[in-house]
Write a protein that binds this ligand. Structure first.
Ligand code: HEC
Ligand code: HEC
Length: 289
């Protein structure tokens, strides 16, 4: 049926000419402002399409007139951070421990770098938090074999202990049993005495013979009261912290054939600045002097 455009008598507006069951549709155009905003969004979209990366091709894409790339942006951020990190590590390498400790920002960088270095290199032997394990000393206690000052720790990490380095820390507990310096019976006696030093002796055992053997053979390294001696890395025996354990068998085994634990030198694998950072980290674990 042909439609007729006519005026609506009530509103005075034109109708569209459509009519359904006597209901006619008024012609109400979109507001002008709405139409212009709509056109503006189309222009905006075309503009963005041209300025920024948009159309994908098979092996590449249209890079946009501005050449913007969020990846390049991110990479620039990363290299900026790397440059800052390198600069801070360089400073850590140059400054003294005291100067680093006074600089809050540098100290934070050092401890973070130290923690990461520790997790990558030291944790397999010394445990995730430096708590140690049998044969590998705990680094979070105040019991030190070679020393717990920053300088002592730095020296240990740099040159190692019994390591393949001309300046390594070195000392050898003699093989009292294997080399026949002490008889098996004497080793049992001295073991009984050593256990009194940390309060694990069997009650009622006479340790006078053991004490004499200790004074003659062991005190020069471990100290007359078993307090240890850092010049030769002899662990304090009068301590609840042990490198190998506190049982009688462990003491007998050590006196018979000492283990001569090896700590690698890190000067070949870590830069001096990184060694300083991990030194500060180890020192911060709780036992630093
Ligand atoms: C292959 C195992 C091993 C690795 C890896 C290792 N250490 Fe050690 N470390 C040892 C042993 C064993 C000793 C004890 C040697 C001894 O005195 O008998 C030791 C001793 C030390 C000491 C001296 C503790 C004291 O009481 O004076 C420090 C400090 C130390 N290690 C730090 C580190 C740091 C930091 C790293 C990582 C950069 C590291 N170690 C990696 C085995 C290891
Ligand atoms: C030349 C110095 C020296 C002499 C002498 C010496 N020691 Fe040691 N002792 C060490 C060193 C160094 C260590 C740790 C190094 C290692 O073997 O890994 C050690 C470790 C030990 C340990 C293990 C400590 C622990 O924490 O688990 C015991 C126990 C011990 N010695 C007992 C003795 C007794 C007993 C004698 C005497 C019969 C003796 N030592 C004589 C240097 C010495």
């Amino acid at each position: 049926m042909p439609t007729k455009i006519e005026k609506d008598t009530i509103s005075g507006r034109e109708t569209t000419g459509h009519e359904w069951d006597g209901i006619r549709e008024l012609n109400t155009p979109l507001p002008k402002w709405w139409v212009y905003v709509f056109y503006a969004t189309i222009v905006w979209a075309i503009g963005m399409f041209l300025l920024y990366p948009s159309i994908p091709f098979v092996h590449s894409y249209f890079h946009g007139l501005l050449g913007y790339s969020s990846r390049a942006d991110a990479m620039a951020g990363v290299s900026e951070m790397n440059a800052l990190h390198a600069k801070q590590m360089e400073q850590i390498g140059k400054l003294s421990f005291a100067e680093i400790q006074k600089n809050h920002d540098l100290m934070e960088v050092a401890l973070t770098a130290g923690r990461i270095t520790f997790a990558d290199n030291c944790q397999p032997c010394h445990g995730p938090n430096g708590e140690g394990r049998i044969g590998f000393p705990a680094l979070d206690t105040d019991v030190w074999r070679w020393g717990g000052t920053l300088e002592a720790i730095q020296q240990t990490i740099t040159h190692g202990i019994r390591a393949n380095d001309p300046e390594t820390r070195n000392s050898q507990m003699p093989s009292f049993g294997a080399d026949g310096i002490l008889k098996p019976e004497q080793i049992q006696q001295v073991a009984d005495y050593v256990m009194t030093l940390y309060g694990k002796a069997k009650p009622g055992v006479d340790v006078s013979a053991g004490a004499k053997i200790f004074a003659e053979n062991c005190a020069m390294c471990h100290g007359d009261k078993g307090q240890g001696n850092r010049d030769v890395g002899a662990p304090p025996l009068a301590s609840r912290v042990h490198l190998y354990g506190d049982s009688r068998e462990t003491v007998v085994a050590q006196v018979t054939r000492p283990r001569h634990g090896v700590m690698p030198n890190w000067n070949k694998r870590l830069s001096p600045a990184t060694i300083k950072a991990v030194t500060l980290y180890v020192h911060s674990l709780g036992g630093g002097e």
